[in-house]
Design a protein around this ligand. Sequence first.
Ligand code: MN
Length: 208
Amino acid sequence: MNYPFTNPPLPYAYDALEPYIDTLTMHLHHDRHLQTYIDNLNAALKNYPAYHSWTLEDLLTNIASLPSSVQLTVARNAGGAYNHIFYFYNLTLPHLSYPTGALIDAIKRQYGSFADFKQQFTDAALSVFGSGYAWLVLDASGHLQIIPLANQDTPLPLRLTPLLNIDVWEHAYYLKHYNLRKDYIADWFQVVHWANANRIYEEFISFL
Ligand code: MN
């Protein structure tokens, strides 16, 4: 996907993540929050045709190549688009959300148990002060890392490969969970698209 960027539809119904993530939040989050990042990114790139063939990944990993006057706007809005698309596509229906494949074996090896991993990931998501995300990523050697990132920063400039992210901006959970981010994190774990994360993991390690 490149300029003009469009908002990909959710790969499931707006109410598909109930009761863990509510329908109204999904409408507002996808149709308004994500749409705004996409609109702002298109506006920022409108007069720079040299970058119209660049994907979100191209923009985010080469932000220093852009004219300095648009770097911050593009970084924020391409980040907002990338992070949200990644978030929505790594959620699934509750009955399809179960750990699977080589990724879960790697998680157990590295964190001791799936419960220990969940605790560390939850702690990272709780540690984000204000707005941001917690990420499960792979470094270049295929080692798993859990990292909190602020605002719409992405792991891409850090040369890390994302497997999962949780949006902990308040708009992701406030309507249902109010200020209780910990409850939202627990509910998010009920709708994680583990098969998707595992597909990225297995593809990555097959090239190591
Ligand atoms: Mn969001």
